[in-house]
Design a protein around this ligand. Structure first.
Ligand SMILES: Cc1cc2nc3c(=O)[nH]c(=O)nc-3n(C[C@H](O)[C@H](O)[C@H](O)COP(=O)(O)OP(=O)(O)OC[C@H]3O[C@@H](n4cnc5c(N)ncnc54)[C@H](O)[C@@H]3O)c2cc1C
Length: 271
């Protein structure tokens, strides 16, 4: 698979997928002088590259847990309950090695993030000597952010596609605005927000944000809203701080306006 992002051309070399290219595109070497410039595949084909991302997967390291006789899940993680307690008294597990339950589906999911690991560590630490704070972590909401070139990306909760896959009826809306006002200010970026809501209850299921560096913090607002089961109406009424040099204009704030657009769609579909 290949495509273009801005001026950069990208190729996806998919070794694990059982599609047309299965078995035909093993990477032999990553080549270049001062930086990666190309990738050579088995068979000699060379693909030029501006950068190379290596995504080869990972699996929890549970040898020590197995040796200790702890329960291991079918997918190879250390089983834990909502307080990070393993199957053995007085042994806790947190982080990539410990079972992750999806916040919405409750299924085991391979979400291995520092953000999740540190929240789990706070949960375990708080309840280490007896349950003090009940059921505060109800599964992972997969909150993450990244930056490629000058473009930031962030996501949490369900995407439109995962809703479709899991059978969650949903309504989504996307809004875009400059992250400064007026948008002609120097250093202004586009800020694009997509929100996904459950179509009857209006509860926020997920959000994806791209463009502006403020995506990295704005996604944390969305993450808390998901954990608190905020509804489309509540998000649409959110009171926000704005400043020309720091945020979008309050009249076009993409987080608030995406909620309003989703609400309008819900109203239209429930007439
Ligand atoms: C390249 C990369 C980029 C990432 N970027 C992000 C990001 O931007 N945001 C994000 O949220 N997450 C990111 N992650 C994921 C994140 O790093 C992990 O989710 C996080 O480190 C998990 O923390 P952990 O404590 O469970 O495991 P680790 O950080 O792996 O720590 C486990 C430690 O245990 C030690 N250890 C293992 N076995 C034993 C043993 N038998 N005895 C003693 N010590 C042992 C290991 O040496 C290691 O130091 C990234 C991961 C990678 C690989």
């Amino acid at each position: 698979m290949s495509g273009k992002y801005g001026k950069q051309t990208w190729h996806l070399i998919d070794r694990g997928h059982r599609g047309r290219n299965a078995g035909s595109s093993r990477v032999v070497s990553i080549d270049g002088q001062e930086k990666a410039e190309s990738v050579t595949l088995e068979g000699g084909k060379s693909i030029s590259a501006d950068m190379v991302l290596v995504s080869i997967g990972a699996r929890p390291s549970v040898d020590l847990a197995k040796a200790a006789g702890l329960r291991i899940t079918d997918k190879g993680s250390i089983w834990v309950d909502d307080y990070m307690r393993t199957s053995a008294d007085d042994i806790f597990a947190v982080g990539d090695c410990a079972l992750k339950r999806d916040f919405f589906t409750r299924r085991e999911v391979p979400v291995w993030l520092t953000s999740t690991a540190t929240a789990e560590a706070r949960n375990a630490g708080t309840n280490l000597y007896g349950i003090r704070v009940m059921n505060q972590i109800q599964g992972t909401i997969s909150a993450f952010s990244t930056k490629i070139g000058n473009v930031s990306f962030a996501s949490t909760g369900m995407t439109f596609r995962t809703c479709q896959k899991e059978g969650f009826r949903n309504v989504s809306a996307t809004c875009e605005a400059p992250d400064r006002h007026p948008g002609t200010l120097p250093d202004a970026h586009k800020l694009k927000v997509k929100l996904v809501f459950a179509d009857r209850s209006g509860i926020l299921l997920g959000g994806q944000i791209s463009g502006s560096p403020s995506a990295g913090e704005l996604i944390n607002t969305v993450a808390l809203a998901i954990q608190k089961k905020v509804t489309v109406r509540e998000l649409g009424m959110m009171q926000i701080a704005t400043h020309p040099m720091l945020t979008s204009a309050p009249t076009v704030h993409p987080l608030v306006n995406a909620a309003h657009q989703a609400l309008a769609k819900m109203r239209a579909s429930h007439k």
